[in-house]
Design a protein around this ligand. Structure first.
Ligand SMILES: CC(C)(COP(=O)(O)OP(=O)(O)OC[C@H]1O[C@@H](n2cnc3c(N)ncnc32)[C@H](O)[C@@H]1OP(=O)(O)O)[C@@H](O)C(=O)NCCC(=O)NCCS
Length: 222
């Protein structure tokens, strides 16, 4: 879930990945994350929590995320290096001068209230200096296309109910808040999360992104 702590998130193995995809309305290319990007992804995850949740979570908790970088990097490395299997998980990054400034991940839903016919957007995190440039939208477009390619038309995510910036973003992207709420314990905090669920728009917007000429793994060196 997007509110999953950089310390606590379960990480699945990847099996399905998109090639290089260009979102024409933003000009941002998106590609599958590579193992060499594990440390950058872990760093973005931590940094993104620190700016997004400032004022929403205790500063002491956010400050103490930094030491988890090494452990987080290893977990992302494990995920991104794992051989393909039938587990349809995806991790995407924008293609910006080989610097990883954001990432998104898609996994089978972790909560039993959701069906196996939908996917969960488990992460969508931008570094502060990447915000406001269409990168979130580009990642979201490719995520939606991936869900369609998996033969699904529904997806879900959890967003912290006080994360108003992200909630507005999801609303603009067509996600709708449902009545489902859960309280997640992160460290010593009880975080109230509102479940926001994607609906019919997943079946109608594919034209916003175009597949690139070659798989990203053959074009990107890091
Ligand atoms: C939510 C997020 C993915 C949106 O991506 P994006 O590409 O920045 O999307 P947008 O350009 O539409 O900007 C979203 C909002 O952030 C604001 N924003 C842009 N740059 C900003 C900055 N440097 N500092 C603070 N807010 C900024 C925009 O003004 C917009 O606000 P609005 O809703 O009032 O219009 C991104 O802001 C992000 O990663 N946030 C931190 C992590 C997070 O909350 N992830 C979701 C977890 S559920």
């Amino acid at each position: 879930m997007p509110t999953t702590s950089p310390n606590d998130e379960p990480i699945h193995s990847p099996t399905k990945s998109v090639g290089l995809t260009v979102c024409s309305h933003t000009g941002v290319s998106v590609r599958p994350a590579l193992p060499s990007g594990a440390a950058s992804i872990a760093n973005v995850h931590i940094r993104s929590w620190q700016w997004a949740y400032a004022g929403l979570m205790p500063a002491s908790y956010l400050d103490n995320l930094a030491p988890s970088l090494e452990r987080r990097t290893q977990r992302w490395l494990d995920r991104l290096s794992a051989p393909a299997s039938n587990n349809p998980t995806v991790t995407l990054v924008p293609e910006l001068d080989n610097e990883v400034v954001a990432f998104a991940s898609l996994d089978p839903p972790r909560d039993k209230i959701f069906t196996t016919a939908e996917m969960e957007l488990t992460s969508l995190y931008l570094h502060l200096h990447a915000a406001g440039q269409g990168i979130g939208r580009a990642l979201m477009d490719v995520i939606k296309n991936e869900i369609r390619h998996l033969g699904m038309h529904h997806a879900t995510l959890w967003v912290l109910d006080t994360n108003e910036r992200a909630r507005r973003f999801y609303e603009r992207e067509g996600w709708r808040v449902t009545k489902d709420v859960k309280v997640e314990t992160v460290g010593t905090m009880d975080l109230r999360e509102a479940n926001t669920k994607g609906t019919e728009n997943l079946s109608t917007e594919e034209a916003r992104c175009e597949a690139g000429a070659a798989p990203a793994s053959r074009r990107i060196s890091s």
